[in-house]
Design a protein around this ligand. Sequence first.
Ligand code: AMP
Length: 363
Amino acid sequence: MSKVNRQEILDILKGYDKEDITIATLGSHSSLHMFQGAKAEGFKTAVVCEKGREVPYKRFNVVDEYIMVDKFSDIVNEDVQQQLRDMNSIVFPHGSFVAYAGLDNVENIFNVPMFGNRDILRWEAERDLERKLMMESGIRIPKKIKDSADIEGTSMVKFPGARGGRGYFVANSTEEYDEKIDTMLKRNWIEDEDIKEAHIEEYVLGCNYCIHYFFSGLKDEVELMGIDSRYESTIDGLVRVPAKDQLDIGAAPSYVITGNHPVVMRESLLPQVFDIGDRITETAKDMVPPGFNGPFCMQTLVNDDLEVVVFEMSARSDGGTNTFMNGSAYSYLYHGEPLSMGRRMALEIKNGIKEDRLEEIIT
Ligand code: AMP
């Protein structure tokens, strides 16, 4: 299948009435502040929504146009794409958009102008590509353990695909690894073919910080927009059980994300935070042009040596941006008023139109 043609996207964009742009996305994930922010910056908004999921958009009154579909994945259907183009839509991608539309479809058949870099989404989805980008940029990441026979210290074992942490486990030795693989197979949390794809890395003992950045292509600068921490089942529930009872339960912790809370970091850690943002965006410019464009997130653990260790990234708006729909401590510092990630995205589009540079930030 051929890739979405850049020239075709630019031609569609050229045909748009720049005074009448609609900001559109799938009704899920982190769309509420995208719609609210787009309206605050004077755009019209459109949601592509699965029947039965429209309630929040109606109740919060953040959407002008509803494109109702039987299932979210219909967003790539030609008639839906045509409706979006007819409304002069620029699509804001997020995690659910990529998951439901499908990465191949976003790359190959979704002929609607998007904010961001559609090519970098694959670098988030494929662990080897993600690691390559992180290694090349020189940021601190967990050490990789090549083979289960080499496990010496506490290690984290992960499997491919977006599972929200399901099936992940901790092992301290090769024997424990083998035992836990058996348990996971019995629970049907992993399948035989997952085993050869198991990714083993250093377990980073520390606190979780998911850092939300915005890269402005227009300003050629990274902004720190907010930080959240994950609330995960069952690991966060287990710590509420007294230690002696934890043993009785015999529960192996899982890491399924159920929510997020906003946090701030020690101010002395912020130089590392900016360094990570600057390094990864510079490297991405060369490896996946035009690099990061708009929102992205580095998921980190901070250990007691005060190292910020990056274990994962999102190359688009991450769900944790919902913790600062009314602005964060950091986004406030730039603008002196509450600013969500969605509103920052809309602002970039507005500036792109004003400066006649929209084609630089659309793919
Ligand atoms: P992920 O699916 O990669 O976002 O990971 C899910 C959860 O597993 C994270 O939110 C962390 O709590 C935990 N985790 C992932 N990688 C590591 C690691 N190397 N060391 C310790 N915990 C980790």
